[in-house]
Write a new protein. Structure first.
Length: 141
């Protein structure tokens, strides 16, 4: 069975997955997501839930493509399109992959082919992330 590909955009300034924070409550250590990471993941989950009817089955290998559009500083020449500053691409991707667990797929371990890119916004393009997920060609036998 082939599930429909998922393709949607979440607008807003992308936030990288931050380091887990720790606190002590009644003598017990509790780990939690930094508020900015947590809030961004909730926005991504909400938008995904509006376009995804059911997650891909756990046995399905997936291909994911993420394109991050980040705000362009006014002082940057227009010919520069690649975003070579922070946040780093790896942590931007981690936040999206974590946010989509149980929404678009059962676990991000299903992703076997991952393409990520970050660029500055140009023209009418707003900051955000375009998320594309489809079944890996050949599937899983």
């Amino acid at each position: 069975m082939t599930a429909n590909p998922i393709d949607f955009t979440v607008y807003g300034n992308p936030v990288a997955q931050g380091r887990a924070r720790a606190t002590t409550i009644n003598g017990h250590v509790k780990h939690y997501d930094p508020p900015k990471s947590r809030d961004w993941k909730q926005v991504v989950q909400y938008h995904a839930s509006t376009v995804v009817s059911a997650p891909f089955p756990p046995s399905v290998a997936l291909q994911m493509q993420l394109t991050f559009y980040l705000p362009r500083p006014k002082s940057l020449p227009r010919k520069v399109t690649e975003h070579t500053k922070r946040p780093d691409l790896d942590n931007l991707g981690k936040a999206i992959m974590d946010a989509l667990n149980k929404v678009a797929y059962y676990d991000d371990s299903q992703i076997v082919d991952l393409h990520k890119k970050k660029v500055y916004t140009q023209g009418d393009i707003k900051p955000g992330v375009r998320i594309q997920i489809r079944e890996q060609c050949g599937g899983s036998e």
